[in-house]
Design a protein around this ligand. Structure first.
Ligand code: PLP
Length: 394
């Protein structure tokens, strides 16, 4: 075959989520969409907030010269200024417009970060269970993913991270609120992680970057807030997007910001801007940059996700499943009542319930449910979850 062997193997590795997604399409055609309970994909179903449509309309009518032209590869300065001002409040560290660049989503931002810092063979620590595409992003730029477990509640396991750091460690990627677990790391644990990375950097004479992937920052429950990364560690890079909190994943709009005192700041930002260009993005979409600049305080109605979480957790608890209720994001990561998660997802499928096996996130023995679906789909699945549990109980 003429296709890259590596890409063939990657396509194979990422096939679990893809398989469920395709199964969903097949089953909906067969049984009717209303009879299939599809929790496989993290595609937000809540519409963007009303302000989005107002700003879009205004911006779409703008016929000033150059509105659709190329721009600096880092994005419009006024857009970066608006985001930097909001981030300064949120991070409690003053972020300048020149400390950041606009990217094609968080995925684009992580690729830009990896391309800018990695030499071939350098290692990037990824925490299990993980958003599986991280391993591909690391590999894209010649890095080696090093997989490290979190603790039994999916919190940071500092001892395990410390044990995994070597002279080749260039970065660690964290994600909080987390996909797939819904965990949110505490301020104390982030501070402890920052201290650990500083200490390890000193020991090896290296700089270890902390890349914080935060597209779910605003999707958070029980009045919690996501702690500041910049307050926790100087060599940190925040990557985020409007895919989840404004429900705009198809628009590919996000950003990346470096700590104002990050090591090698100037060459790092120069590399990042260059990476944004030569990865083929050139710049983030112009219209969406102009739109999100005016929506810094806007967000989808979080209470809708919070209500769904309540309903879903009750259904699962009543049926006898074990899980930690998510503190943020829109996923529940549930223990499978039998060891084989792929087999249990097949049993759920007999009940027309689509879930993704934990194996797809590097964590066998669990399954992930995405609750970015209408409430009726969640409540409609209750009997199926109970029956599936009944099938495997002694
Ligand atoms: N990081 C995590 C943890 C995600 O779950 C996703 C998408 O689901 C992404 C990054 C990619 O987000 P974006 O659409 O902003 O590129």
């Amino acid at each position: 075959m003429s296709i890259s062997l590596k890409m063939q193997s990657f396509a194979e590795k990422s096939s679990l989520i893809r398989k469920m997604f395709e199964e969903g399409i097949r089953m909906k055609a067969l049984h009717g969409a209303e009879n299939v309970f599809d929790f496989s994909i993290g595609n937000p179903d809540i519409p963007p907030p009303p302000q989005f449509y107002e700003v879009m309309q205004k911006r779409a009518n703008d016929r000033s010269p150059g509105v659709h032209a190329y721009m600096p590869n880092s994005g419009y300065p006024f857009v970066r200024q608006a985001i930097a001002a909001r981030m300064s409040e949120e991070q409690q560290v003053t972020v300048d417009a020149d400390d950041m660049l606009m990217t094609c989503g968080a995925a684009g931002g992580i690729n830009v970060a990896m391309k800018s810092i990695l030499n071939p063979g350098e290692e990037v620590i990824l925490l299990l269970p993980y958003f599986v595409d991280y391993q591909f992003y690391v590999d894209n730029h010649g890095g080696i993913p090093v997989l490290v477990n979190t603790d039994e509640d999916f919190n940071l396991d500092l001892a395990a991270i410390e044990a995994a750091i070597t002279a080749k460690t260039k970065a660690i990627i964290i994600n909080s609120p987390n996909n797939p677990t819904g965990q949110v790391y505490s301020q104390e644990s982030l501070k402890a992680l920052g201290n650990l990375l500083l200490k390890a950097g000193k020991k090896f004479g290296t700089t270890i970057y902390l890349v914080s992937d935060e597209p779910y920052r605003k999707i958070i429950f029980d009045g919690l807030t996501v702690p500041s990364i910049f307050a926790a560690y100087v060599n940190s890079i925040i990557v985020s997007s409007y895919s989840k909190d404004l429900s705009l994943p198809g628009e590919r709009i996000g950003y990346l910001a470096v700590h104002p005192e990050i090591t090698d700041k100037k060459p790092l930002l120069t590399a990042m801007i260059m990476a944004n260009r030569i990865l083929g993005f050139i710049n983030a979409p112009a219209l969406m940059q102009r739109v999100v600049a005016e929506l810094q305080q806007a967000s989808v109605d979080n209470s809708i996700y919070e209500r769904r979480r309540e309903i879903f957790c009750k259904i699962l608890r009543d049926a006898g499943y074990t899980f930690n209720p998510p503190k943020g994001a829109f996923y529940i990561f549930v223990k499978t009542p039998i060891p084989d998660d792929v087999e249990f997802c097949a049993i759920l499928q007999e009940e027309k319930i689509l879930a993704v096996p934990g194996k797809g996130f590097g964590a066998p023995g669990y399954f992930r449910l995405a609750f970015c679906v209408p409430e009726s789909v969640i409540s409609g699945s209750a009997k199926g979850f109970a029956r599936a549990m009944g099938k495997v109980k002694d």
